[in-house]
Structure formats: structure tokens, C-alpha cells
Ligand binder design. Structure first.
Ligand SMILES: O=P(O)(O)OC[C@H]1O[C@](O)(COP(=O)(O)O)[C@@H](O)[C@@H]1O
Ligand SMILES: [Mg+2]
Ligand SMILES: [Mg+2]
Length: 331
């Protein structure tokens, strides 16, 4: 019988890569594993439950109408992480300010508890995105804003959960990217996608083209480049856009492509948030042999200044992102 490796076993095995590790990080990951299962279970039966679909009465700090599932997922992840006592603070898309937790905690987590909210009610894949750092303020002290405003290249781990036809947890601790598929029959995540890498070449581009005339000439010229017929360069590329960052990124990671959420006239810094969308996705992209920039600067080198700041995102296969940057620069 083929050997299966559960996420729990994998975490313990990988702990050996870190001599002197205390198990705190493994406990943090197990909290994410637990909350993902609970959210996955809720999503799978969302259509049956009137109290989980639809909008909540509240807005988040970004002025976005919160969905009931945004709040449910937010509460589940906060509860699971708080219980583990190894985290001194959480920043979440759904909370205006960071949430101080255990002063003795060594880690901080920034998260997007439910990504792709506009797709919840229409049974299209959504996700959760998480980014993990070691604190910089002294242990034993309350967590500080500066603990959250670290560059993405300081992340000790990052990942996402995709709630789609199956639920998968994809993460990296800096030694490559591994994907685990949830088996609801036995209630465990099983290693299904070891050492995930972008293919060498790709032909998928993902952008909300409804923004075409709202974008710079550079972005418009890249879209035209993608649509130009030229067999020698694998074009025209195929347009694919789900509207859930996690799902669009995941598809492009497996099939090969580029995801773009550019700056627009109405959103001069783009739409996606640096701390809990762009940094973790960029970390995974680079660990999978791809890249991520804001069109010019490496995402992981951007120094954050605010919890909910937005940046443009270009991520995927290196050659495709480099080409986009080249065209942007030329205009
Ligand atoms: O509807 P648009 O403008 O294309 O934006 C879609 C993007 O917005 C997001 O839904 C923003 O994330 P949230 O759903 O977590 O707010 C991304 O997942 C997605 O890529
Ligand atoms: Mg999101
Ligand atoms: Mg969200």
C-alpha cells in the first residue's frame, strides 16, 4: 500500500530540520490546520445554512461589506491561534487594529481569514491566507505595531488554504512549497503535492479586465501583448480569472501563468493588501521558483508602513512577470 504522509507527521518530520526547535511552531501550524478544517466543513454545507451565506450587517476597516463567512472564519482562526499560546498578536483583514495575545508568545500572524469573499454565495473557490513572523519586540512585553510592519523577506512561513472542489493547505517554511489535500472521510490533511514548483513556461494570464480602461497604458499594453498571436512565444495567452486571489494563484502555480492586480485610477495602490495577501503569496511564489513584484519592486522587499496598506501585485512565472515589468517600464 502506498505510504501516505499526513500534515501532522510532515510537521513533526520537518521539525527535525530545525535543531533546538521547541515545537512552538508546530503548535502554531496545528492551530491553522484545525481552523481550516472547521471553516472547510462550514463552506461545504454553506448552501444549506441560511445563517452562513450572505452579507453581515457590518463593514471592515476597508469599508467593505463583511460577509457572514468572513466573520465566521475570522473567529475560528483567532480562537484556534489564541488557544495555542505561542502567538503574541494577530493582524487580520477583518480587524481594524492588531489583536494582542499572549505576551510570552514568540510569533505573530497576519491573515486574510476568507479570501475571495465575492465568490462565497456563488459556490466558487475561496481561501484563507496566512503569514508568520517571529516578533521583534522583547518576549514578555505586549506586542507592538512594529512587529507587524516587517518586510515580507522576514517571514518564517506563509501559506494559504483553498476551499474548492477539495480543500488544500499549501505552505512553506523556507524549504520549498508543499500541498496537502483534506480527506474529510478520515479528517486529516494528506501530502498530495510535494515540492510544488511553477512549470518552466506558462500561457495563462489572470486579471480583472473590467479594469482595462481604468489601468495605465503600460498595463493595457501588457494585456495586448498577452492577446497577440505569436506561436513562437506561446501567445495568445489564455485569460482565466476567478476573482479569488488564492484560487487564481493556485491554478497558475500548477498550470503556469501570471496573476495581475494592478494600480488603477480608482485604486492607485491596487486592491490587495501587502501584509496578509501579497507578502504570503509572494513568499510562496518565490519558494516555488516564481516571483512577485508591484510592477517594479520585489514585494518581499517593500517596507510596510500600515497594517492594511495596499500594493499592486504581479506574480507568477519569472519570465512572464519580468516581461510585464519590462512593458510597464517602457510606457
Ligand atoms: O473583484 P475584483 O476587483 O476583481 O477583486 C478580486 C480580488 O479581490 C479579493 O476578493 C480581495 O480579497 P478579499 O475577498 O479577502 O477581500 C481577491 O481575492 C481577488 O483576487
Ligand atoms: Mg483577500
Ligand atoms: Mg478576505
Amino acid at each position: 500500500m502506498e505510504k501516505v504522509t499526513t500534515l501532522g507527521e510532515f510537521i513533526i518530520e520537518r521539525q527535525q530540520d530545525y535543531p533546538g526547535s521547541t515545537g512552538e511552531f508546530s503548535r502554531l501550524l496545528s492551530a491553522i490546520r484545525l481552523a481550516s478544517k472547521i471553516v472547510s466543513h462550514q463552506i461545504n454545507k454553506a448552501g444549506l445554512l441560511n445563517d452562513i451565506l450572505g452579507a453581515a450587517e457590518s463593514e471592515n476597516i476597508q469599508g467593505e461589506q463583511q460577509q457572514k463567512l468572513d466573520i465566521f472564519a475570522n473567529n475560528q482562526f483567532i480562537k484556534a491561534l489564541e488557544k495555542r499560546k505561542v502567538i503574541c498578536g494577530i493582524a487580520s483583514e477583518e480587524n481594524e487594529d492588531f489583536i494582542p495575545l499572549n505576551k510570552e508568545g514568540k510569533y505573530i500572524v497576519s491573515m486574510d481569514p476568507l479570501d475571495g469573499s465575492s465568490n462565497i454565495d456563488v459556490n466558487v473557490s475561496v481561501g484563507t491566507i496566512f503569514s508568520i513572523y517571529e516578533r521583534i519586540s522583547p518576549q514578555g512585553q505586549p506586542v507592538e505595531l512594529t512587529d507587524f510592519l516587517q518586510e515580507g523577506n522576514k517571514q518564517v512561513a506563509a501559506g494559504y488554504v483553498i476551499y474548492g472542489s477539495s480543500t488544500m493547505l499549501v505552505y512553506s517554511t523556507g524549504n520549498g512549497v508543499n500541498g496537502f489535500t483534506y480527506d474529510p472521510g478520515i479528517g486529516v490533511f494528506v501530502l498530495s503535492h510535494p515540492n510544488m514548483k511553477f512549470p518552466a513556461t506558462g500561457k495563462i494570464y489572470s486579471m480583472n479586465e473590467g479594469n482595462f480602461f481604468n489601468c495605465s497604458v503600460g498595463v493595457q499594453n501588457y494585456i495586448k501583448y498577452a492577446q497577440t498571436i505569436d506561436k513562437a512565444t506561446n501567445r495568445p495567452f489564455t485569460g482565466r480569472y476567478i476573482g479569488s486571489l488564492v484560487a487564481d494563484f493556485h491554478r497558475n502555480l500548477i498550470k503556469g501563468g501570471i496573476y495581475i492586480y494592478p494600480a488603477t485610477q480608482s485604486a492607485p495602490n491596487g486592491k490587495l493588501r501587502l501584509l496578509y495577501e501579497c507578502n504570503p503569496i509572494a513568499y510562496i511564489a518565490e519558494q516555488a521558483g516564481g516571483t512577485a513584484s508591484d510592477g517594479a519592486t520585489r514585494i518581499l522587499d517593500i517596507k510596510p508602513t500600515e497594517l492594511h496598506q495596499r500594493v499592486p501585485l504581479y506574480t507568477g512565472i519569472k519570465s512572464m512577470v519580468n516581461k510585464a515589468e519590462e512593458i510597464l517600464k517602457a510606457n
